[in-house]
Design a protein around this ligand. Sequence first.
Ligand SMILES: C[S@@+](CC[C@H](N)C(=O)[O-])C[C@H]1O[C@@H](n2cnc3c(N)ncnc32)[C@H](O)[C@@H]1O
Length: 183
Amino acid sequence: MQAAHVFANAERYDRHAGRLAARLYAKVVADAAAAGLPDGARVLDAGTGPGRIPRDLAMVRPTWTIDAVDREPRMIDFARRQDTRGRVTFAVGDVAALPYPDETFDLIVSSISQHHWGDVEGGIRDLRRVLRPGGRLWIYDARWALRRAVRAAERTFDSVRKEPVAVGHWPLSLLVSRLSARA
Ligand SMILES: C[S@@+](CC[C@H](N)C(=O)[O-])C[C@H]1O[C@@H](n2cnc3c(N)ncnc32)[C@H](O)[C@@H]1O
């Protein structure tokens, strides 16, 4: 089945994922909030789905400018209908052809999306393009799925790490790692 079809029912995805991945979402938001970025920082959530992560981050860091992108228009429609207090800007787009100028973001996060990307190398390249010098990319995904992204990031970024992510109990705690790269 095409990923686009799986994610067509954004409301149902949001209901299930909101329960199953709650700890991961909380971890991504806590990590981002603790990144030490100043007021006015620009943050992007890539492959945002129904937009829970940018929404929650916008509540704890109201002085940041937060964008979120997903290639599935129905996810973005759903995300736009949620209450973000006007603090998140959503866009339809592919990670390999992002609708942002070069050197826009201080931090890019992505959660359980990368294993769906059709063009991982192109995605890593374009995420690097939209990062400001010194900006950071954090991709949270299944350990097995991150290998290709790590190899691509090693060709594109100066420093790349892959580390386990503590997100509470089984199964997420066994499954998730974070790719961290600095532009
Ligand atoms: C499993 S959902 C994850 C959504 C959200 N980040 C979360 O943690 O719940 C994967 C999302 O990645 C999006 N996606 C897949 N490939 C993409 C691509 N190449 N560019 C942008 N978004 C993509 C899908 O449309 C889907 O909304």
